[in-house]
Design a protein around this ligand. Sequence first.
Ligand code: NAD
Length: 253
Amino acid sequence: MSMTFSGQVALVTGAANGIGRATAQAFAAEGLKVVVADLDVAAGEDTVALIRAAGGEALFVPCNVTLEADVQNLMARTIEAYGRLDYAFNNAGIEIEQGRLAEGSLDEFDAIMGVNVKGVWLCMKYQLPLLLAQGAGAIVNTASVAGLGAAPKMSIYAASKHAVIGLTKSAAIEYAKKRIRVNAVCPAVIDTDMFRRAYEADPKKAEFAAAMHPVGRIGKVEEVASAVLYLCCDGAAFTTGHALTVDGGATAI
Ligand code: NAD
């Protein structure tokens, strides 16, 4: 099945690295114009350069998704540059290993909830009016398998990703009749900087990570990108309010 897109413009947060960059590249390869949003200006510009070198169209907009003014500016710049917004991938997120629940700090709680929950909520808050005005669109949010079950020593992260699924499902129902679909992706361990920071120092952890997945390896960023594109494409018109695992079978055990 080839994926077809009626829309023309996609926005990706956290697009300077990892899953976000791969998804921005995948949207561009399908011929969409892509707005690349991130805190990390240098790596965000690199994502745009990679897309342009491959013949695609992209624009970088610096954005801290926890700041309302930045998110409003992101949507304004999108409309100014490309005149519309069809697909949004709200993917910026942070992961901090906090130890057991009683060992976590208030600063860690506020930081994780700020990016992973407030950031996704703020982005949807300012994307939905644009999609409503057009009468169609799709949003995908990055949750995690930690949004579907326990994540020992990462309870705040797990709570934040459960919240992303709550926001996703509620918005999906609220806007279902408006031809706006809202879904989430739930990756297990994916080979990104986030993964390497957590596991590279300890090879035993990397082996453990591979073994967690019935397929016997961790995932690739492209494998999450293709799930996001599927959830946005015309073929997924009857899919909304879904949290799609991209986990090598990890949650099927
Ligand atoms: P990454 O660290 O490689 O990329 C995350 C990007 O988000 C970075 O470019 C970073 O600069 C950006 N970012 C962080 N805070 C931001 C903010 N306040 N405003 C704007 N941008 C911000 O990580 P990744 O693995 O590609 O993670 C992407 C998403 O996938 C996250 O939501 C993460 O929780 C989720 N996820 C990752 C894995 C994994 O194993 N890598 C598994 C499940 C879910």
